[in-house]
Every structure is written in structure tokens, then in C-alpha cells.
Design a protein around this ligand. Structure first.
Ligand code: ADP
Length: 485
């Protein structure tokens, strides 16, 4: 089978709580299925509410000792964890492709990207500086110190089964927090393998815990448990809103990384080849299943036809297949529901006057593959303008002026990533500043980097991940006012 690992012990099927592997309290198991083949690859323990509560208790018990270690001591353990992740990158990539479907090269890229967060925050924890504040009175001395917030919980999605966890666990640990992770039910294996490596790295029991299981039980317990001081979530906007509500009674600090509806704007003065390349990279990564994938391609009238022609040709040339096969660039969608949504968006657009320049139908491979698709003549009346498609479909809108492009781009509740292609440096600043998005890529379709702040505005979320700012989400600022000096 495809799931041959050099280190078979990385395939874990139990919960990791308080440094030990155990079955769920209810004794149930859930199948993990390869979306490319439908073949069952593992049977993972179904955690219960009681398991989630036990993991929170373990994280709470581990917190005092972990938070009191020096940042340098924590960094040494995190560095070891990072090195083990890199050392086992091939196995981790195979697990990821098997449970998620993305091409093996992309999976490997995700593993190294995720490892980057562990390395970054191991170091950044050493720089959690506070302030010495000029005094407001003789005999008084004022300080602000930063302290870890406490027990954290992370709820993560299936589209980046490894990186979304690393991106949350690394800053938590670097800050001195302990954490309980609930991975997406479709993709628990990457999470459990990370826990296995954290264990081997010597990260103490209770510092990192992974509880798989149903959202309504495990996820809900993490949201309502009073011992959890911070919840960090990546997923759909609907579930994000729900979690914000569920965490309100215990006033948790919350970070939300929600849906995007990314505009990809190509101006007349753009480098056409670079814009096509960037659009392909942004739109078709993970078969369109990322929250920063271009969801609306806006092209200025003067370059529109030439762009569409080349973009469609490049799209049609993408190699579709099983992510384990050589050279494959487009894996299957995660499940049948995802496929149905993509088809619905295409049908809605074509019924209202858009044309499929390439693609438009389920792929001949069957399963959950969809043809890489470019739609032209798309307008704001179509569903695809409003909703995130999360699939390999690029809708192209035509615009005339810079003002129109900005208005069109901002006409959404979402505000995660946006992209623009232009060679006019004045326009870079004007449009870059006018876009109501948390991340703007200029003349590039790839913006991810652990050293840069990532996050959304408007209904795309709260908080930032990555960079020195990402540490703030896991820390509290304490003001110390000393009198009688
Ligand atoms: P997607 O549409 O990408 O699957 P979701 O928001 O449904 O995104 O899922 C993201 C994560 O949130 C997953 O780990 C999922 O199990 C979890 N989740 C879904 N519903 C809830 C809920 N009601 N409470 C807590 N977690 C949830």
C-alpha cells in the first residue's frame, strides 16, 4: 500500500494525554480514509468529553513547571522536536498525503513549513520582553511584564493537518503555555505523529496533548472548560462564530483564523507571465482548498483576454491524480460534500452567463476529483463571488479602473488574503493600503512564512499567527507598580 513508513511507530491511533497513549473513554474508534482511494488507513480512538477534560487537567498540572522553565530550556526541547520533524519529513509527508490527498511534494513542503514555526517560536520565546515605564511619581517604579496565559486549546482543520497545529502549538510552548489539540476528524494522523515526536523529543507529559474525536464533544469541552484560558481555532467562519459564543461565558482569549474570499487583481501593467504563474500557485495549491487561495480573479480590461487565454492553458496543463504518483499537482478534494459544492458554484455561474474556458466538470478519474477550471464572464450576482469555493475553480471578473478593482475586492465580509499584480509602485501602495485584508501579496501568489504575521480582518478572524506578534496571543501583559522605592 501507499502507507509504507520507514518508522512505523509514527502511525498512532490512540489519544495522547499526559504523556501516555490511551483509547477513548467510550472505547469507540473512527476510520481514517484515504480520499484518493477510499481505503481505510487507520482506526483512530474517538475521544469523549471526559477525555478532553482529562487532557485539560493534565495541561493544567503541567503548566506551573513548564512556565517556570527558562525560555532557553524550553527552546532546547522545542529544537529537538523541530529536528525530529525534519528528520522524519518523508514519513510525515506520506501520512499527510494518505489522510488528506495533497501531492506528496506539497505535503513535504507543509511539514517543513510547520517545522519552521517550531524553530521560530523556540527562539522567539527568549524575546518576550516587557517594558520599564518612566515613573509617574518619586518613589514609584513601573514595569510591564509578559507572562504565559495558561492552558490553551487548539481546534484545527483538515486542509493543513500538520502546519495548522505547529502554527498554534509552537507559539504556545514558546510562550510557556501548555496545550490540548483537537485535530479535524478527517486528518488526525499528522497530529498524532507530531505528538509522538514531541514525546521522543522529551517535551514533558501534559505539555502537549492530542485528543481526537467528535467536535460536539471534544471541541465543545475545550470551548467551555473554565481551566482553558485561550482557544485558538482555524476553520470555517460558521464554526468560528459558534466557538466565540461558546467561549464567552468563561471569557477566554480567542484567536480565529476563518474563511477568506481572496481577490487576485491583475492590472493592465502587470507582468503577464508572472501574473499567470502567481495565479496558478495561489489558486490551485491543495486543489484550491486553502483559506488564502485566490477565490476571485479580477483582471483589468486591457489585459483580460490575453490573461484568460494563458491562465486557462496553464490550468488545463495541471497534472491531476493520486498525490502519491510522480508529478501530480492536483489531488482529490477531501470528500463528496466538497465536490458537490464546487459543482454547485460552477453550475450557478454558468447558468447566469459565465463560460467554462477550461474544465467545469468532475474529473474522469472519478472519486472526488474535479477538473481544474477557469470561468470567464463572472459577475457579482453569482454565488462564487460571495462564497469560498474551496476547490479548483478560478472565476475571472473583468474590471476597468483601479477604483472599481478595489471596490470589487473589498465587497465581501471576509478579509484574509488579497493579491495584486502591477509594475506601478504608486499603485502598489495605493491599492495595498486600500485593500481591507490582513495579508496582501504584491506580485506573488505565495505569502506564507513563519516570520510574518498572518491573520484576517472583518469576518476572517481575530489575532495573528507567525512573527513576534504571534507570541502576544499566548501571553498576558502584567503591570507592576512598585511604591516605596
Ligand atoms: P471545515 O469546513 O474546513 O471542515 P470546520 O470549521 O467544520 O471546517 O472544522 C474545523 C475544525 O473545527 C475541525 O476540527 C472540526 O472538527 C471542528 N468543529 C466543527 N464543528 C465544531 C463545533 N461545533 N465545536 C467545536 N469544534 C468544531
Amino acid at each position: 500500500t501507499a502507507l509504507q513508513l520507514a518508522d512505523a511507530a509514527l502511525l498512532r491511533e490512540d489519544l495522547y494525554v499526559d504523556g501516555a497513549w490511551k483509547a477513548g473513554a467510550g472505547g469507540e474508534r473512527a476510520a481514517v480514509v484515504d480520499p484518493a482511494t477510499g481505503v481505510e488507513i487507520a482506526r483512530v480512538a474517538e475521544g469523549t468529553r471526559a477525555d478532553a477534560a482529562a487532557a485539560v487537567a493534565a495541561a493544567q498540572a503541567a503548566f506551573p513547571a513548564w512556565s517556570r522553565r527558562t525560555a532557553k530550556e524550553r527552546a532546547a526541547l522545542m529544537r529537538r522536536w523541530h529536528d525530529l520533524i525534519v528528520e522524519h519529513a518523508d514519513d510525515l509527508a506520506r501520512l499527510l498525503t494518505a489522510e488528506q490527498g495533497k501531492p506528496l511534494a506539497e505535503a513535504r513542503g507543509e511539514i517543513l513549513y510547520g517545522a519552521g514555526f517550531v524553530e521560530w517560536y523556540a527562539e522567539e520565546g527568549k524575546r518576550a520582553y516587557g517594558d520599564v515605564i518612566p515613573t509617574n511619581g518619586a518613589g514609584r517604579r513601573l514595569f510591564a511584564i509578559r507572562q504565559p496565559i495558561g492552558v490553551c486549546a487548539a481546534i484545527t482543520p483538515w486542509n493543513f493537518p500538520m502546519a495548522m497545529i505547529a502554527r498554534k502549538v509552537a507559539p504556545a510552548l514558546g510562550a510557556g503555555c501548555t496545550i490540548v489539540v483537537k485535530p479535524a476528524p478527517a486528518t488526525p494522523l499528522s497530529a498524532l505523529a507530531l505528538a509522538e515526536l514531541a514525546d521522543r523529543a522529551g517535551i514533558p507529559a501534559g505539555v502537549v496533548n492530542v485528543v481526537t474525536g467528535p467536535a460536539e464533544e471534544v471541541g465543545n469541552e475545550l470551548a467551555v472548560n473554565p481551566a482553558v484560558r485561550k482557544l485558538t481555532f482555524t476553520g470555517s467562519t460558521a464554526v468560528g462564530r459558534l466557538l466565540l459564543e461558546q467561549t464567552a461565558p468563561t471569557v477566554k482569549k480567542v484567536s480565529l483564523e476563518l474563511g477568506g474570499n481572496a481577490p487576485f487583481i491583475v492590472f493592465d501593467d502587470a507582468d503577464l507571465d508572472a501574473a499567470v504563474e502567481g495565479a496558478i500557485a495561489s489558486k490551485f495549491r491543495n486543489s484550491g482548498q486553502t483559506c488564502v487561495c485566490a477565490n476571485r480573479v479580477l483582471v483589468q480590461a486591457g489585459i483580460h483576454d490575453a490573461f484568460v487565454e494563458r491562465f486557462a492553458a496553464a490550468t488545463a496543463a495541471l497534472k491531476v491524480g493520486n498525490g502519491f504518483d510522480d508529478g501530480v499537482e492536483q489531488g482529490p478534494l477531501i470528500d463528496a460534500r466538497a465536490l458537490a459544492k464546487v459543482q454547485d458554484h460552477v453550475d450557478d455561474a454558468t447558468s447566469k452567463g459565465a463560460t467554462a474556458v477550461t474544465g467545469g466538470k468532475p474529473h474522469e478519474l472519478g472519486g472526488t476529483w474535479f477538473q481544474p477550471t477557469v470561468l470567464a464572464g463572472v459577475t457579482t450576482e453569482m454565488k462564487i463571488a460571495e462564497e469560498e469555493t474551496f476547490g479548483p475553480v478560478a472565476p475571472v471578473f473583468r474590471f476597468e479602473t483601479e477604483e472599481q478593482a478595489v471596490a470589487l475586492a473589498n465587497a465581501t465580509e471576509s478579509g484574509l488574503a488579497a493579491y495584486l499584480y502591477t509594475r506601478d509602485s504608486g499603485r502598489v501602495w495605493r491599492v495595498g493600503e486600500a485593500l481591507e485584508f490582513g495579508v496582501v501579496g504584491v506580485n506573488t501568489g505565495l505569502i506564507s512564512y513563519e516570520g510574518a504575521p498572518f491573520g484576517g480582518v472583518k469576518q476572517s478572524g481575530l489575532g495573528r499567527e507567525g512573527s513576534r506578534h504571534g507570541l502576544d496571543d499566548f501571553m498576558e501583559l502584567k503591570y507592576l507598580c512598585l511604591d516605596g522605592v
